[in-house]
Design a protein around this ligand. Structure first.
Ligand SMILES: *Cc1c(COP(=O)(O)O)cnc(C)c1O
Length: 242
C-alpha cells in the first residue's frame, strides 16, 4: 500500500496550507467561518503519514480501498484520539459488512440494495452509519452515482433504514478548466440538497471539492472537502476514482 512517507513537518505545513485555502475561500465566498471541514484523503499513503497528520491535528480521514483501510483502522484503533474514518470509494456489495462495521461515514451510497445491506450490517453497539448519497452530475456512464432525478426517492428510502443516518449528498464531477463552469456543476448539487431540506432537515453535509477544485465547491456550499494530493502529495499508484 505504501509509498514514500512524508516527514511530519512537511505534512504539517501542507495541512496548514490546505486549511488556509479553505479559510480564504470561506471569506471570499461569504461562508461562515469554520463551516467547511477537511477530510484528509489518505488512500495509498502509508500509516506514518496518517500518524503525522494526526499529530498536526487532523482527525477525519478518507479511504477508498477497503482492505487497505482495514489495516490502517486496526493499527490506529488504540490511539488515544482515534481517527474518524470515512469510506469514500465505490461500494461493492461484498464489502458492505466491513464498511458498516469499521467506518463512521460512507460517501458513495448510490443504490438501495447497498444502503439496506449497510443498515442491516451496522453493529448495534455503534451509532448509525452516516451516509452521503453519491450523485452522478455529469451522467458519465463510467462513474458511480445516482441520477439526479432519482435522488429524492433514494433519500426517502434510506431515511427509513434504522442503521443509517442520511447526512447529505456527494459528487465527483469531471474537472473543468473554467472556474465558473466548475461552480455551475457544484451548484447543481447544492440545489438538489436544498430541494431535500424540508423532507430531510437532518441533512447538513455537502461532500464536494478536492485538491484541484475546492474553491469552486466552497463557493457553492460545500461543507466537507475531500483532499488527498494537496495534503499528502501525489499518489504514485494509479488510482481509480469511481
Ligand atoms: C482520491 C479522492 C479524492 C482526493 O482527490 P485529490 O485530487 O487527491 O485531492 C477525493 N474524493 C474521492 C472520492 C477520491 O477518490
Amino acid at each position: 500500500m505504501s509509498q514514500t512517507a512524508s516527514s511530519t513537518s512537511d505534512l504539517g505545513a501542507a495541512l496548514a496550507a490546505v486549511q488556509a485555502r479553505i479559510r480564504a475561500a470561506e471569506v471570499r465566498f461569504e461562508r461562515p467561518a469554520g463551516s467547511v471541514s477537511l477530510l484528509a484523503v489518505s488512500k495509498t499513503k502509508p500509516l506514518s503519514d496518517i500518524v503525522a497528520a494526526m499529530t498536526a491535528g487532523q482527525r477525519a480521514f478518507g479511504e477508498n480501498y477497503v482492505d487497505e483501510a482495514l489495516e490502517k483502522i486496526s493499527a490506529l484503533s488504540d490511539a488515544s484520539d482515534s481517527p474518524e474514518w470515512h469510506y469514500i470509494g465505490a461500494i461493492q456489495s461484498r464489502k458492505t459488512a466491513d464498511i458498516a462495521g469499521q467506518f463512521a461515514w460512507a460517501h458513495g451510497v448510490d443504490r438501495l440494495k447497498v444502503a439496506q445491506r449497510l443498515s442491516r450490517q451496522r453493529p448495534e453497539s455503534l451509532p448509525a452509519l452516516n451516509i452521503c448519497l453519491q450523485v452522478n452530475l455529469d451522467a458519465e456512464a463510467s462513474k458511480a452515482g445516482v441520477d439526479p432525478t432519482e435522488v429524492p426517492a433514494l433519500a426517502a428510502q434510506c431515511a427509513e433504514l434504522p442503521g443509517l443516518r442520511v447526512r447529505g449528498l456527494m459528487a465527483i464531477p469531471a474537472p473543468r478548466t473554467d472556474f465558473d463552469e466548475q461552480r455551475a456543476v457544484f451548484a447543481q448539487l447544492r440545489r438538489l440538497a436544498e430541494q431535500l431540506q424540508s423532507a430531510h432537515p437532518q441533512m447538513d453535509t455537502l461532500s464536494m471539492g478536492m485538491s484541484a477544485d475546492l474553491e469552486a465547491a466552497i463557493a457553492e456550499g460545500s461543507t466537507l472537502v475531500r483532499v488527498g494530493t494537496a495534503v499528502f502529495g501525489a499518489r504514485s499508484k494509479p488510482t481509480h476514482i469511481a
